[in-house]
Design a protein around this ligand. Structure first.
Ligand code: BMA
Length: 813
């Protein structure tokens, strides 16, 4: 058996058409494989950067063009029975030709393909050609043939099996890619090979179980032997001549358990599988690192409705999640290192689950391997989002093949704990006026409620499947009913103020989000607007949400002072995003265990844009990231309105009881105490307690000038409650002392408050795009100090570093 990649020597050219610019027509451009047309044209200097200003608009022709990739490679015959051309991923409508003979056609980005090319290869030079037809042409042809279907966006992504958000989203540009997007190579083999290896790994009390399902492909009809080994346990199974499958079972006594981050370690055991001929010759091998854990989704109806509680190793896990979109429009840019940075950012924000949203992709082996090692739970959507999808051929066959392949491919990963059928499509059918437009046409229901659960049930019954995000669990209950299953909350942001989160008592919030612009340095890199303004042309182009700016402004006006300039607008909109999500998360967590999870929309971005993300398109953390880190901490102290008054709520997501004295003080903005109470907190493991606050604390003498400060003895965290909105509060003008000290790799900025400083935030990226800071959104009372640590390549000017607009608070103007 031998494998070799064919990643060298590729060039691409446009198939002639009136839309192809003259400088590109007829030209052969060096191509990177794996890669895509856009990044090759950019590397050749033939197009401007699609992410800058409004360059996107001038590049729409690329997706409407057919492209031909070609390479020549040397090959010498060997003694293998078979030589296959293996394409791990082609984007999307491809015709593969070897030495002038067509070897196959493909139309699904989410599948891999293998072609027997032994008879076509020649000794010496061979020419491999992959022609990509325009995704638009394909999708439009199927749309015309099958009849249009409702779609939340203008482009026909529901008529092609390709990353939907390529066609534009409310946070993403319309840049429709084409290319050999995953590895391609030759695989020479004899007798038989391992076609799929599917380990179904569970934990049953103290026993780890692996049910290994193996499927082979044969070149010879002879008996075969499969050997498997994990944790010192080995088994053997035979596959008689004429058969293709084997099941082997391995039992591991008392393995170390794999836990989600925060619950324990993430030990993994190498599982190796080898395929042998009868004479013992090794024909093929496969190995992965597996983890022993059990997964159970509890959705048994109770007095409050239908829960949605994930149990890992029999421990109910409160999901502190984030939604994930492709980290770049161009997948070849999403390196393992970039994924490691992004997923580490998630873990450092105390996130324990990441939902791979259905408008993107089935995430990569690197993504899942990193999630396995970090203890990040993963929910993977099947790839359907925000539209009605046809169930006619060729789509039905493609969807089934894709689902079978992906369920098998990802089976070994302990991090993967939940499959979901789609994003918002069942909800869309109910509420988005689809039914009349569909006039009885298919829309995907058969996928979500029949095909996909059958595939998961057959291939991987160890993992729960949920038909949609959102989904209530039953056909006769509205799919987005907060009391049943999962819910998406989007009236906040679209039409309502964020305090409306408090009107919900959901079982599990799978999406809720609030927008803000990206970091200043990100805007400066991406936009040439001069001056930058909330509505300057580049800002407007990099805001894709319907009425986005008006919604940002509406949210701002309800809470914060009116921005005097762009710097104010930028800080205050970012602050408002953080406040909105923090309020939502704290409210939902305070209702544990009725509510058992929140998945914030969204962790990341795919380019520089104003969006709901916590980390922007250049990887910079927005203030929301810091707010999430606090709101998602294992121990949360929060003041919540309850029964007409106020309550102190303490939430403990750890295995130990949280016992500590706590105080709640009502004081003035100048920190003069008006009323104070002391309590003993005793919060059992994995639970919360609610303590009603006495009226003399909950009722201010002067709402505009007072706040509550709650402090639990053993944590640095405190909870604050302001009686008035910031725009109405009687803020003193900020007064503080600041010192800057050089430290290894950066500077330490110490700020001592002389007045209250509300949501003090330091923006070192305004001075150096590479600079980062370790904290944000800190409210200091007079006399209190805080130290920010800034990491930067070169020292930043202390005077500028400690003044507006680099160091900001609400009351600094
Ligand atoms: C939900 C998501 C995305 C969208 C987001 C913000 O609908 O599923 O489709 O980007 O809201 O509008």
């Amino acid at each position: 058996m031998s494998e070799r990649t064919l990643h060298e020597g590729w060039a691409l050219r446009a198939v002639p058409g009136p839309q192809v610019p003259s400088e590109i027509a007829g030209r052969s451009v060096p191509a990177t494989v794996p890669g895509c047309v856009h990044t090759d044209l950019l590397a050749a200097g033939l197009i401007p950067d699609p992410y800058l200003d409004d360059n996107e608009d001038a590049l729409g022709w690329i997706g409407r063009t057919d492209w031909v990739y070609q390479t020549t490679f040397d090959w010498q015959p060997g003694d293998a029975d078979r030589v296959d051309l293996v394409c791990a991923g082609l984007d999307t409508v491809a015709t593969v030709t070897l030495n002038g003979t067509e070897v196959g056609r493909t139309e699904n980005q989410h599948r891999g393909y293998r072609f027997d090319v032994g008879g076509l290869l020649r000794p010496g030079a061979n020419t491999l050609t992959v022609r990509f037809d325009s995704a638009y042409g394909y999708a439009q042809a199927h749309r015309e043939r099958l009849g249009d279907r409702p779609n939340a966006y203008p482009e026909p992504f529901n008529f092609i099996r390709k990353t939907a958000c390529n066609f534009g989203w409310d946070w993403g540009p319309t840049l429709v890619t084409a290319g050999v997007w995953q590895e391609i190579g030759l695989h020479a083999w004899s007798t038989a090979r391992l076609a799929t290896v599917r380990p179904l790994v569970t934990l049953d009390e103290d026993t780890g179980r692996v049910e290994l399902r193996v499927e082979v492909e044969r070149a010879a009809d002879v008996p075969l032997v499969v050997r498997a080994e994990v944790a010192g346990v080995a088994v053997e199974a035979t596959i008689p001549a004429g058969e293709r499958t084997a099941v082997a079972r391995l039992t591991v006594r008392d393995p170390d358990r794999w836990w989600p981050v925060g619950y324990g370690e993430q030990p993994r055991y190498p599982l190796t599988v080898t395929l042998h001929a009868e004479d013992g010759r090794t024909l093929d091998s496969w190995s992965r690192r597996i983890g022993f854990r059990s997964v159970r989704l509890d959705t048994t109806p109770d007095v409050d409705g239908t829960p949605f509680t994930l149990h890992i190793n029999d421990v109910p896990v409160f999901v502190r999640g984030v939604n994930w979109i492709p980290d770049d429009v161009f997948p070849n840019r999403v390196t393992r290192q970039r994924l490691a940075e992004r997923l580490t950012q998630a873990v450092e924000a105390n996130v324990n689950l990441i939902r791979v949203w259905g408008g993107g992709r089935y995430e990569s082996a690197d993504f899942y391997d990193l999630a396995d090692s970090l203890g990040l739970l993963v929910q993977q959507d099947f790839l359907f989002a925000c539209a009605a999808y046809p169930e006619e051929e060729p789509f039905r066959t493609e969807v089934e093949a894709e689902a079978r392949e992906q369920v098998s491919r990802l089976a070994a990963h302990p991090s993967l704990v939940l499959w979901t059928g789609n994003n918002e499509n069942i909800w869309g059918w109910h509420d988005w006026d689809w039914q009349q437009a569909l006039a009885g046409r298919t829309w995907g229901r058969g996928y979500y409620l029949d095909l996909l659960p059958r595939v998961v049930g057959e291939l991987d019954p160890t993992r729960p499947y949920w038909p949609g995000s959102p989904w209530s669990g039953r056909d006769d209950v509205h799919p987005n009913d907060p009391a049943h299953g999962t819910t998406h909350i989007w009236d906040v942001w679209n039409t309502d103020d964020y305090v409306k989160y408090r009107e919900y008592l959901p079982r599990f919030v799978a999406e809720f989000g609030y927008q803000a612009p990206p970091a200043y340095a990100t805007l400066r890199r991406a936009l040439s607007d001069d001056p930058l303004a909330a509505d300057s042309p580049g800002m407007a182009h990099h805001q894709k949400a319907i009425d986005g700016d008006r919604k940002l402004r509406r949210g701002l006006d309800a809470h914060l002072p009116t921005p005097a300039d762009f710097d104010d607008w930028h800080y205050l909109t970012q602050l408002n995003q953080a406040r909105a999500i923090q309020l939502g998360v704290e409210h939902f967590r305070s209702h544990r265990p009725v509510c058992m999870g929140t998945i914030v929309w969204q962790l990341n971005d795919c380019w520089p844009v104003t969006s709901w993300s916590a980390v922007d398109g250049d990887g910079r953390r927005k203030p929301l990231w810091y707010a999430l880190r606090r709101a998602y901490a294992d121990r949360l102290l929060t003041v919540q309105p309850r029964d007409g008054g106020l309550a102190l709520v303490a939430v403990n997501e750890t295995a130990e009881a949280w016992r500590t004295p706590a105080t709640v003080t009502r004081c003035t903005l100048a920190a003069e105490p008006r009323s104070k109470t002391s309590v003993e907190l005793d919060v059992p493991a994995y639970s919360s307690v609610v303590l009603a606050l006495p009226a003399e604390l909950a009722r201010p003498d002067e709402a505009r000038r007072e706040l509550l400060v709650a402090e639990a003895g053993d944590t640095a965290e405190r909870a604050l409650w302001f009686f008035a909105e910031d725009r109405d509060a009687d803020w003193p003008t900020a007064v503080y002392d600041a010192t800057v000290e050089a430290v290894d790799g950066g500077q330490r900025v110490r700020v001592t408050a002389r007045t209250i400083l509300r949501d003090l935030t330091l923006y070192p990226d305004r001075l150096d795009p590479a600079a980062e800071v370790d904290a944000a959104l800190l409210t200091l009372l007079p006399g209190e100090s805080v130290t920010f640590t800034v990491r930067a390549d070169a020292p930043l000017d202390p005077a500028v570093l400690t003044a507006r607009p680099v160091l900001r608070c609400v009351n600094d103007s």
